[in-house]
Design a protein around this ligand. Structure first.
Ligand code: C2E
Ligand code: MG
Ligand code: MG
Length: 602
């Protein structure tokens, strides 16, 4: 009987193996071998295998090792998890198709695009450098798989579930191209799409661009708050979309600005149909948070190729047309016309000259036009009217430069100049005569108005009771709350406020009751038609009746003839103003005029 006994461990740490060899004649040969090194090597191998297992088990990636025939040598827990494979059913030597079959039978997991995966797999496996591809699974996940060939044949594959990363990337891409509030394409993607469409335009086909802007949206936002404004924008967006066909592309360019690409357009009447429909649908009242909200929409239209062959020019022209639609009162659409561009250029040139004139000084002058009391025949007040003598342009009337000054904010310094000079000159007039100064809506938006009025009075020494300020309804419409507060501050200084051009705007009786106006000036367009036109008489009569019931004085503007004068006095106007009595004149001349009238009367 031969054998080897269990190894012995000596106290010095060495392991000794002992072998017994019995001899035929009896006795035994015992051999000893020092196996310390072998034991240590075995232990080290076991340790490193354990470490490898721990690493494999805890890897965030799935891992699979295949031999040259495609059979699996090794896999980790994450691999089984990703493919929802029962670990105990995975056998060494199984191939990937077999594993996919196993997955399908146990959890129903399948490849979403098996052909595409196979094609990719073949490509990657034939590449000595390996490679990566993304496998899409039928449960919506995407798995990135990286193949690394091994020198001795076979391949190591790592698996990453990149579903979330792809979703995040898609979200970021979405955010870069869509507006978060309305989910409409944003400005960037609008221009991209317009560019593409214009490049691929076919002969005989048009691309229409509609530039939209909501009317009075700012008022809604300011008075009802931004959350309501946001809801309104979303509701307006849905209504716009309800007017569009599948090919039309809407976008939100910012704030309350929208744009629509209409394509393909066979006939311009397609665009007019869409534009009128949009105005009708978007302008209908909204019900938001239990409140009725009303906004309108203005639309400018430009058509490619006739109005521009690149997106920037086309949009610029659509905006010019929009500008026109707004200037025409809003709630309408306008097509671009080349004159609009010319007019815009002209305005820009006026702006440049106006800036220069304000900077240099000496080009402006005030003329004064008297208002005469019908009963006494005396001048009660003179209206200051601005004139600009430009070295380049000659005499420029307010109708030409005041709108530019308002749009550019230049009215603020210009208005200050007017206030100051009107007060200085009026301080030299007889003390029963006041001066009336026109104020623009834009001046109410600047925070300096009340202060500049105080300064003008203080520096000129004119009593507040001799200053009257003329405003139009526009002031109250745009931003009524701020404007009312400024108007009250003005009245508290002892200054009177007149409502100018009454009858041309909304002529809301509400405005007249909301603020104690000292005077209503009936617009000259009604006076011009007197005494022949019946409706004008009716309007003048109604305004006079309304004013006198509210205790407000009425002035008829623009009286040019004896007949008109007779007519407005018959209707009961208290004051008259117009070329029939005096054209606007320089201050020195108007003082002569007072004297002359004074002599006539006495
Ligand atoms: P408004 O305040 O309604 O001024 C009356 C306008 O009617 C003046 O035109 C005046 O010259 C004109 N007018 C007076 N009587 C007659 C008449 O019998 N027949 C006709 N056809 N017209 C008459 P103007 O001076 O051209 O001013 C036009 C508008 O420009 C003014 O209308 C006013 O809104 C604005 N404006 C004038 N000066 C200033 C100013 O200093 N500041 C501001 N913000 N606006 C001003
Ligand atoms: Mg006026
Ligand atoms: Mg007027």
């Amino acid at each position: 009987m031969s054998g080897s006994g269990a190894g012995k461990r000596l106290t010095d740490g060495r392991s000794i193996s002992e072998s017994f060899q019995p001899m035929p004649q009896g006795g035994v040969v015992v051999t000893f071998e020092d196996i310390t090194a072998r034991k240590q090597a075995e232990q080290a191998l076991a340790d490193s295998e354990a470490k490898l297992q721990t690493a494999l088990t805890n890897m965030s990636q799935g891992l699979l090792m295949q031999d040259a025939e495609g059979g699996i040598i090794l896999f980790n827990r994450r691999f089984a998890e990703i493919f929802q494979l029962p670990q105990d059913q995975i056998r060494p030597g199984m191939t990937v198709p077999e594993l996919m079959k196993l997955a399908a039978s146990t959890s129903g997991l399948r490849d979403l695009e098996p052909e595409a995966t196979l094609a990719q797999l073949v490509k990657v496996l034939h590449d000595p450098a390996g490679g990566t591809y993304v496998q899409r699974l039928n449960d919506g996940r995407s798995i990135s798989e990286s193949f690394q060939p091994m020198p001795q044949g076979g391949v190591v594959v790592t698996f990453d579930d990149i579903t979330q990363r792809l979703a995040d990337q898609a979200e970021i891409r979405h955010m870069a191209h869509f507006d978060a509030l309305t989910e409409l394409p944003n400005r960037v993607s609008f221009y991209d799409q317009l560019d593409t469409l214009m490049k691929h335009q076919r002969p005989g086909e048009f691309v229409g661009v509609l530039s939209l802007d909501l009317d009075h949206f700012k008022a809604v936002n300011d008075t009802l708050g931004h959350p309501t404004g946001d809801l309104l924008l979303q509701a307006a967006t849905r209504r716009m979309q309800s007017c569009l066909r599948g090919e039309d592309i809407p976008a939100r360019l910012g704030g309350d600005e929208f744009a629509i690409i209409q394509t393909p357009v066979k006939d311009p009447s397609d665009i007019t149909a869409l534009a009128s429909r949009l105005i009708e649908v978007v302008s209908a009242p909204y019900e938001i948070d239990g409140r009725q909200v009303i906004v309108g929409v203005s639309i400018g239209v430009a058509v490619a190729p006739s109005d521009g062959t690149d997106p920037d020019v086309l949009m610029k022209n659509a905006d010019l047309a929009l500008y026109r639609a707004k200037a025409d009162g809003g709630g309408v659409y306008r097509f671009f016309e080349p004159e609009m561009d010319a007019r815009m250029q002209a305005r820009r040139l006026i702006e440049l000259d106006l800036r220069k004139a304000i900077h240099n000084g000496g080009e402006f002058e005030l003329l004064y036009q008297p208002m005469i009391d019908v009963k006494t025949g005396k001048v009660t007040s003179c209206e200051a009217l601005l004139r600009w003598s430009s070295p380049e342009r000659g005499l420029v009337m307010p109708a030409e430069f005041i709108p530019v000054a308002e749009a550019t904010g230049l009215i603020v310094p210009l208005g200050e100049w007017v206030l100051y000079h009107a007060c200085v000159e009026a301080a030299l007039w007889p003390e029963e005569i006041s001066v009336s100064v026109n104020l623009s809506p834009a001046q109410f938006k600047s925070k300096k108005l009340v202060q500049s009025i105080k300064n003008a009075l203080a520096e000129s020494g004119l009593p507040a009771s001799r200053l009257e300020l003329e405003i139009t309804e526009q002031v109250l419409m745009n931003e009524s709350e701020g404007a009312f507060s400024i108007l009250h501050q003005i009245r508290d200084l002892g200054i009177r406020v007149a409502m100018d051009d009454f009858g041309t705007g909304y002529s809301s009786i509400g405005y007249l009751r909301a603020f104690p106006f000292s005077k209503i000036k009936i617009d000259q367009s009604f006076v011009r038609d007197l005494p022949g036109k019946k409706d004008s008489i009716a309007i003048v009569r109604a305004v006079v009746a309304l004013s006198s019931s509210l205790g407000i004085v009425t002035t008829a503007e623009g009286v040019e003839t004896e007949e008109q004068y007779a007519s407005v006095t018959t209707e009961g106007c208290n004051l008259v103003q117009g070329n029939f009595f005096s054209e606007p004149r320089p201050s020195t001349e108007v003082v002569q005029f007072f004297k002359k009238r004074f002599h006539e009367d006495t």
